[in-house]
Structure formats: structure tokens, C-alpha cells
Design a protein around this ligand. Structure first.
Ligand code: LLP
Length: 426
């Protein structure tokens, strides 16, 4: 990365106190809460949400934050106060929305494997819509709603069979992906849904992939959705909303993703003047560049072929580099007058795949702090306890205020639900 790398987090800046988020020095956060620690900026996530709101203008549309990107209650409470809806994929995520003060009637429930218990929980809570992904799920939902004497609001998630040109693990709208119902089956399934007495057809949904750097595939998918909406209208099926999913990419390194305006403009234009409400389900573009992972260098390990900076964060904290080979920019917290060395930034986990960044030029000494940028989305939410490592703490900065929104896990919490076997009787 070039020297002039500009931080993708809008509220991150260098000062005489080292790197700051808003008005708080990251060195101070590390001193108070230890490392590794995820740090989020309220102003940055608010700015990201406002960009959607501004681009949408006065058109009736809702922005439903996709919890899978980050499901911390502190983060969710900020989105709830901004008036966001929520896109969930499990009963656990629904419980989090409610615990954070979010409204059930703004919740969209996606996912291919909704269990009976999750359907009951969501019906009980009164969510806005189930995004149904198969014929069997439609029947099951009708049956559960009947047992409860309820009517379930449904949309079908359709699979437009479009290549989003992103990493294969995160494309979802191709025929060979497990997501959604095939386009040509959709009209038949809508007719079926319309006659099931405990379902109320209210919308249509589609999501083709994540970290998209070009809006063209999304516009193409939206065109196909619009055709289908027309076809359904001919069958007498009228929809209240059209949900175009998430997917807008962010800048990690040298990518140049569209702005929110450029992403939304062709979509808003396509649906101009139509009566349906538009819904969007962004995750990454709302929180990705509003968070970073702060870590401390434990050891420097120079080698003949490779040198390593062994830090206290690992693949259990931030899985994306190991899983997708993704790039996260690494920056020093304090500016140091030491020569740069080229290192792999790796964690303490016993796997060669445990790396956070490779071949980076860093001016660091043992004990120094580093930040892995653009880690607000799919960072903490994909973390694990692998190697019995307690999960990191999470801190949300708001101006000068520092809120600990998740305490660091304790060693006891790692096995609190486990029991050794009693002594053997034989
Ligand atoms: N709606 C649905 C139905 C989705 O499946 C997803 C993401 C989203 C919304 C939010 O998409 P976004 O705006 O964040 O692109 N773990 C991967 C990303 C997986 C995304 C899966 N679906 C990563 O770290 O890159």
C-alpha cells in the first residue's frame, strides 16, 4: 500500500497522541481495556447510515441493517435509534434486536434453514416479514402460523441467477447457490402462498452477494425482479415491498467501490413511481469501515525467508484473512522512528493459516499497538473461541465518550457450560 494511504474509516486520524477515533486515543483504549479489542465509531456508523438516508431522499424505503455483519447490542442500539430496520437470519439475531431496543415490526427474517422454533419465536414477536427460501419452508410456515392462530407475512427470496463477480464464498444469487427460489418457480410458489390461509404475501426479496464493487449485476438482478413483479400482478398478486438485499462493497485497500449514491441511484430510478416500498439490507457498507481491531505485538521473529510480527489477535478474532484471503490494512498506532521491516502479522494460534496480514512494511517494536482496519463487519460476528481464547472486548466511541459494549470474555466463561465426567463407578 502506498504511503498516502488514506484511512477508510472517516473518523480515524493521526495526532500527537497517536491514532485517534473521534476524540479518543486508541492507545488509551488499549490501556484501559486491554487487547485484542474491537473499536467502533458511532459517528462513522451514523455517517454510513445517513448516506443511505440521503440517497433515498423522500421515497418510501427502509434500510434494514444485516446483523450478520455485526450483532453487538451497542451497535444495534445506535442503528435502532437512527430508525433502521433489521435483517436477521436466526432466532438469536432476533433476540439481539429486541434486547437492543429494535422494533420487531421492522425485522426481515432471511435464511434457508429456519427451524420451527425460530418461526414461532418470530411470529410471537410480530416481525415484519419472513423471506422464504423454498417450497417446503412455505408449507412449514403456514402450518406453524395455523397452530398459533396467526397469519405470517411472507416474501419469496428469489434467486436471479446473476454472477455478482465477488469471492465465490460470498456470492449468493447464482443458480448453484443454496439461496432463494428459482425465478421460473417463483410465480407458482406465489400462487401457492396466496391460497395458504395462514400466509399473507407482502413482498419479494433478492440478494446476490457481498462486497460488490460494481452496481451493474445488482441493477440486472433488480430488472429481473421488476419483470417478475409485473408477472405476479397479472396473476392478481400485488406486493407491498421489494427488498433488494445488501451487497455494496467497501474499501479495504485499493478497491474503488461505488458510493452509496451511485449504488442506489440506478435502483431508485428503476422503481421510480412504483407503489411498492423499497427495502435494502446492507451490512458491510454500514459498519465495515466504522470499526477496527486493535492488537499488540507480542514478539518480533525475524527469519531468513520471512519475518513475523506475532500479535495478540488471531484468526479466532478476525477470520476473514484466513478464510477468504482478504486484505485488511495494518497501521501503527504510534509513529516510531525505527526502520520499517517487512513482516507477516500472525496470531498465536497453532495453524499456519493463522495470519491477519502478509508482507507488510511496518515500523514496529515488540509491545507496540497495531490496528487492523475495516474490521467492523464480519469481524467479531465471525469470531470463535478456537484454542480456548476468550473473545475480544468491544468498545464504541462517541465523541469523547468510551463505552465498553462487550466485556472481554473470562477464562471461566470458556467452559461455564461444560462438566467433567463424575468419577467412574467400575
Ligand atoms: N441480506 C442477505 C440475505 C445476505 O445474505 C447478506 C450477506 C446481507 C443482506 C448483507 O450483505 P452485505 O451488505 O454485508 O454485503 N462473511 C463474509 C460476508 C458474507 C455475506 C453473506 N450475506 C465476509 O466476511 O466477507
Amino acid at each position: 500500500m502506498s504511503k498516502e494511504f488514506s484511512f477508510p474509516m472517516p473518523t480515524l486520524a493521526r495526532s500527537s497522541r497517536g491514532l485517534l477515533i473521534e476524540q479518543v486515543a486508541l492507545a488509551e483504549v488499549a490501556g484501559r481495556f486491554g487487547t485484542p479489542v474491537y473499536v467502533y465509531s458511532r459517528a462513522a456508523l451514523t455517517a454510513a447510515f445517513d448516506a443511505y438516508r440521503r440517497a433515498i431522499g423522500t421515497r418510501p424505503a427502509s434500510v434494514c441493517f444485516a446483523l450478520k455483519a455485526n450483532s453487538n447490542l451497542g451497535v444495534l442500539s445506535v442503528f435502532a435509534r437512527l430508525g433502521a430496520g433489521f435483517d436477521i437470519v436466526s432466532g438469536g439475531e432476533l433476540a439481539r434486536v429486541l434486547a437492543a431496543g429494535g422494533r420487531a415490526d421492522r425485522v426481515m427474517f432471511s435464511g434457508v434453514g429456519k427451524s420451527r422454533a425460530e418461526m414461532r419465536q418470530a411470529l410471537e414477536a410480530g416481525i415484519r416479514c419472513f423471506n422464504v427460501e423454498s417450497a417446503s419452508e412455505l408449507e412449514r410456515l403456514n402450518e406453524i402460523a395455523a397452530q398459533m392462530g396467526r397469519v405470517a407475512p411472507v416474501a419469496l427470496r428469489v434467486n436471479p441467477d446473476i454472477d455478482p463477480k465477488t469471492h465465490s464464498y460470498i456470492s449468493t444469487g447464482l443458480k448453484n447457490n443454496k439461496f432463494g427460489v428459482a425465478f421460473n418457480e417463483a410465480p407458482m410458489l406465489y400462487r401457492r402462498a396466496a391460497v395458504l390461509p395462514h400466509l399473507r404475501v407482502c413482498g419479494i426479496a433478492c440478494h446476490i452477494g457481498s462486497q460488490l464493487l460494481d452496481s451493474a449485476p445488482m441493477v440486472e438482478a433488480a430488472r429481473r425482479v421488476l419483470d417478475l413483479v409485473g408477472q405476479l400482478a397479472q396473476d392478481g398478486i400485488h406486493l407491498e415491498h421489494i427488498d433488494l438485499g445488501g451487497g455494496l462493497g467497501i474499501r479495504y485497500g485499493d478497491e474503488t467501490p461505488p458510493t452509496v449514491d451511485d449504488w442506489l441511484a440506478p435502483l431508485l430510478e428503476l422503481f421510480e413511481g412504483r407503489p411498492e416500498e423499497l427495502c435494502f439490507e446492507p451490512g458491510r457498507s454500514l459498519i465495515g469501515n466504522a470499526g477496527l481491531l486493535l492488537t499488540r505485538v507480542e514478539y518480533l521473529k525475524p527469519g531468513e525467508e520471512k519475518s513475523f510480527a506475532i500479535v495478540d489477535a488471531a484468526m479466532n478474532d478476525l477470520l476473514r484473512p484466513s478464510l477468504y484471503d482478504s486484505w485488511h490494512e495494518v497501521v501503527e498506532i504510534a509513529t516510531r522512528d525505527v526502520p520499517k521491516r517487512t513482516v507477516d502479522v500472525v496470531g498465536p494460534i497453532c495453524e499456519s493459516g493463522d495470519f491477519l496480514a502478509r508482507d507488510r512494511d511496518l515500523a514496529v517494536e515488540e509491545g507496540d499497538l497495531l490496528a487492523l482496519l475495516s474490521a467492523g463487519a464480519y469481524g467479531m460476528s465471525m469470531s470463535s473461541n478456537y484454542n480456548s481464547r476468550p473473545r475480544a472486548a468491544e468498545v464504541l466511541i462517541d465523541g469523547q465518550a468510551v463505552h465498553l459494549v462487550r466485556a472481554r470474555e473470562t477464562l471461566e466463561s470458556l467452559y461455564a457450560l461444560e462438566r467433567p465426567l463424575p468419577p467412574s463407578q467400575s
